[in-house]
Design a protein around this ligand. Sequence first.
Ligand code: CP
Ligand code: NVA
Length: 315
Amino acid sequence: MTRHFLRDDDLSPAEQAEILDLALELKRDRFQAKPLAGPQTVAVIFDKSSTRTRLSFAVGIADLGGSPLIITTANSQLGGKETAADTARVMERQVAAIVWRTFAQSGLEEMAKGTTVPVVNALSDEFHPCQLLADLLTIREHRGELAGLTLTFLGDGACNMAHSYLLAGATAGMHVRIAAPAEYAPDAQVVADAAAIAAQTGGSVAVFTDPLDAVAGVDIVVTDTWVSMGKEDEKAERLVTFGAYRVDQKLMTEAKPDALFMHCLPADRGYEVTAEVIDGPQSIIWDEAENRLHAQKALLVWLLKQNAATAAVHS
Ligand code: CP
Ligand code: NVA
């Protein structure tokens, strides 16, 4: 069976830790691994805008000896003109992996089901698992261990980042709190899945509506845009609804004195976070953005190795 990375819990706790270890090694010695030498091509497809994901996959694939093929859906046959499954059947004979930023998670599942090469979720409406590998790597660099740390995500609890924090944080044995208005609570199935993982790893998950309660004494405070891609029509209403969840210096004082601040970027400064916090001494956002590169390279190396091992068993 081809291994894919469509959601954070596609990796077991041991696999997640192995990829983070590898990412640290690749960060120390950036050009050591060349599994894509040839160069082999990796397709990186965008249905939505991107700066960091496009940059880090393009640079990372080149670092690994490969060639990135960046495809914008508007200029391709994807997006209603051809199915994801048919696209994958065409691509798998020419590329080593397919990375896709899209809307519905079901599209990624359809693509993965029909193909022999690894499919990687580069953000969907439901999850952003590559970002979480980078975020966990960044927390490890700053705090050493992940297990036992408490992290609060504030804002749109139903967005991709909140869901990925629940699953990936629980996998790492962290205590994950989501603070969101009741109508933007995380998906109940994702919370249940994360709770089941946390029961195995010693972590926990909790959903709050009160932002102050949610950040009391925590190690890490995280937020994300209140208006995710695809939700632009709801912008005016969202800016009002989420007002109480803004991360400002006063809110940060409720967390531990040395608490870290994180944001996947892009940020709407003055809305979900004040400039004082995002540019302040507790913010580790630039390390977080750089670590997309190292974490995704480790993920690709690991996926290619897993799938080479599977192919060898079946040949
Ligand atoms: N954090 C992130 O995924 O950024 P981009 O949308 O710029 O890729
Ligand atoms: N939740 C945001 C993340 C952007 C990287 C969005 O989906 O737009």
